[in-house]
Every structure is written in structure tokens, then in C-alpha cells.
Design a protein around this ligand. Structure first.
Ligand code: GDP
Ligand code: ZN
Length: 359
């Protein structure tokens, strides 16, 4: 595959020149998972950052993220390539740390256009649209508001006018992803080589829009055959996908829950009735699956809780847990590395050696 399909252009090539002179090749990060990367430099390969990169990194945000252009050195044909440098980013989505558990982290880089997706159903919430648009501006990307589920809108024209007032200068497009209506209008931003991403609460229709954009190539492009460490055949999810129209889509789990981390009350904002019920559960850490004394399940079977609301709330919870797990894992690995370093320095400590103490 040619790198222009991933958004490479002559401007980037120009900036890359010093790296070329060093014998490095350009590649784009298509997936990031706990410090392991997959990059595409014409073909997709595993990658890791060089020891020097690690040493010189000042913070987590210096590390490669999905969408980054990186300079790589390849070793033997099968092994991972080494990421030596990350090119300056044109836009950066940062997930801020929650509590003091982890450092801020880049969840996507070099996005040109962000489709801020909102649903024209009962969940329509102008304040939330404002927050997403703000997050898009802060990243350096260009926001476009996509009002989805136009098939459900009572008074479409009024809603569009209202939304246009929220964010002057930001284009507003009404679509129905499910009915495949109005999606052509997105073509203005889906130009070959441009990078797009979607932001919006769970349930607004992001996946439906992505599937429509992917069309028939959906499975072929979105999933990658790979082999895990035990040689088993697995399918992994690629987080940067070239679309049939020539644009590149970034769809990372981190992007999906971005707003929840910039605004922790979003979950409660969106599902106040469920959050309220959850406080009545017998167990504080109730997951509302099958626990005794679960107020959420009780409301579900009593029919006082809309099954659709519960389903999208569950989906959101899963996304949050996924992300939390990913963070925990990172903290654990960093902690292990720190202790290994301490143990190693202790082992070689002359006093300890003399006393014959062992670690
Ligand atoms: P995501 O969580 O943002 O990825 O949302 P999904 O794409 O999973 O969609 C959530 C729900 O909204 C699903 O049941 C979709 O079928 C439905 N949906 C998506 N787009 C439309 C639309 O244009 N109109 C209507 N009525 N429903 C839609
Ligand atoms: Zn419960």
C-alpha cells in the first residue's frame, strides 16, 4: 500500500527530509496498545519505540499515538520496526488524567476534521454539543456538527437553526445514518488524504455512520489477521482505517470516551435515572449483571426503566471499564519496571554484595 492512502503528502515529505538522510522511513501509527504499536510504512507491522526515545521522553504525551507520523528504522524483515521519532502533530486529542492515577495521554493525533455527532432524538443536548465542539477546537482539528437520526426529528429545520447558533462558523449537517440519508454532504470533508474522527456520546450513531462510510469494505479493512504470542490466529481491531472514499478514519476506544474524561459528570448527565437507581443497589461495586439487591435490574424487570437506555448505558460502562483496565495495566507495568530497576541497582550495590544479601 502506498503511504498517500494514509494521508502522506509532499508537505510531510519535506518535513521528513532530515530523517530520510538518517536512513529512516516514514510510517503512520494505526494502533496502540500498552506501549505496543502497529505502524504502516507501506505494509502493516509491529513497532516499538527505541531505548533512546524512551530515555528522552519527558511525558506520556511524547509517546506515539494512533494517527502519528513516525520515523522508523527497520531491522530484520519479521521483527518489529523501531520508532525513533514522532513528527510534530497538526492536532492532538488528549485524555486528561483522572484522579492522580495516570498521566495525560494522547488518544489520537493529526485529525483534520472531527465530526461531532449528536442524535436528534430525546437525547439532543445543546450543552453537550458545545463541549464536544470545544474539545475539537482545543485539539487543533476542525469541527463539523453532524445531527444524526434526522428521521426522528420533530422539527428538523428549527433544530438545525438552533444548533447553528450554538457554534457560529461550525458547519451543521443533518443525516440519518440508519436510512442512509444526507451522508453525501460529509463528502466535503472526506477528501482523499484527509484524516477524520468522530466524537459523541454512546448511542448517537457513530458506529452506524462509520459502517456506512466503510460500506462493503467494512470487514476487509477494519480487521487485521494477526498471530498472538502463542501462535494462535487472532483478529485485531485496527484503529486507523483508510476509507473507500480516500479519507482516513481514526476510531480509537480512547476517542470514544474522550468526553467522559474531560467531563466526568457526563455519565450522570446523560443517564440520570440509571445513576440514581445504581445508588440504591445493595452492593457499592454492583455491576448490575446478576447481583442480588440490584436496583437497576429490579427497575428493568418492573418495566420502569427503558431497555434501550439501559443497553446504551451498559455499552458506555463497558467502554469505560475497558479504558480503566488499560490504564491499570499501564500503571502496573510501569511500577514493575521501576521495581526491577531498584532491585537491579540493589543487587550490584557493593555493601550488599559484601554482606552476601540477596534480592
Ligand atoms: P454509537 O454508540 O455512537 O456507536 O451508536 P450506534 O451506531 O451503535 O447506534 C446506536 C443506536 O442508534 C442503534 O440502535 C442504531 O441503530 C441507532 N441509530 C443509528 N443511526 C440512526 C438513525 O439515523 N436513525 C435512527 N432512528 N436510529 C439510528
Ligand atoms: Zn446494581
Amino acid at each position: 500500500m502506498n503511504l498517500t492512502h494514509l494521508g502522506w503528502n509532499s508537505r510531510l515529505e519535506q518535513r521528513f527530509e532530515p530523517h530520510r538522510l538518517d536512513g529512516l522511513a516514514p510510517a503512520r501509527v494505526v494502533r496502540e496498545d500498552r506501549d505496543r504499536y502497529r505502524v504502516n510504512d507501506g505494509a502493516e507491522r509491529p513497532a516499538e519505540v527505541s531505548g533512546r526515545f524512551r530515555h528522552e521522553a519527558q511525558s506520556r504525551t511524547d509517546y506515539p499515538a494512533v494517527g502519528d507520523w513516525v520515523a522508523v528504522r527497520s531491522s530484520d524483515a519479521d521483527g518489529p520496526v523501531t520508532i525513533v521519532a514522532v513528527l510534530p502533530r497538526s492536532s492532538t486529542f488528549i485524555r486528561h488524567a483522572v484522579g492522580d492515577a495516570t498521566e495525560p495521554q494522547v488518544v489520537a493525533a493529526n485529525v483534520d476534521t472531527v465530526f461531532v455527532v449528536a442524535g436528534l432524538d430525546a437525547d439532543y443536548n445543546p450543552r453537550r454539543i458545545e463541549r464536544y465542539v470545544t474539545a475539537a477546537w482545543e485539539s487543533g482539528a476542525q469541527p463539523v456538527i453532524v445531527l444524526n437520526k434526522s428521521d426522528l426529528a420533530e422539527d428538523l429545520e428549527t433544530r438545525i437553526a438552533e444548533t447553528e447558533l450554538l457554534a457560529p462558523g461550525v458547519p451543521v449537517v443533518a443525516v440519518s445514518a440508519r436510512e442512509a440519508l444526507g451522508l453525501d454532504a460529509l463528502g466535503a470533508w472526506l477528501t482523499p488524504g484527509s484524516t477524520v474522527a468522530l466524537l459523541g456520546m454512546s448511542g448517537v450513531g457513530k458506529s452506524t455512520i462509520v459502517n456506512a462510510l466503510l460500506g462493503e469494505e467494512r470487514l476487509a479493512t477494519n480487521e487485521v489477521r494477526a498471530w498472538d504470542s502463542r501462535g494462535r490466529h487472532t483478529t485485531t481491531h485496527r484503529e486507523l482505517v483508510p476509507l473507500p472514499c480516500g479519507a482516513v478514519l481514526i476510531d480509537t476506544p480512547g476517542m470514544r470516551v474522550l468526553q467522559l474524561w474531560t467531563d466526568e459528570s457526563a455519565l450522570e448527565d446523560t443517564f440520570p435515572e440509571i445513576e440514581m437507581l445504581a445508588r440504591e443497589c445493595r452492593f457499592r461495586d454492583c455491576r448490575h449483571q446478576s447481583e442480588p439487591g440490584c436496583a437497576v435490574l429490579a427497575a428493568e424487570s418492573a418495566g420502569t426503566l427503558e431497555p434501550e437506555r439501559l443497553a446504551s448505558w451498559r455499552k458506555l460502562q463497558r467502554e469505560l471499564r475497558w479504558l480503566a483496565g488499560k490504564q491499570d495495566q499501564r500503571v502496573r507495568l510501569e511500577e514493575q519496571a521501576r521495581w526491577r530497576a531498584i532491585h537491579n541497582s540493589m543487587k550490584s550495590h557493593p555493601k550488599l554484595k559484601a554482606r552476601g544479601e540477596r534480592w
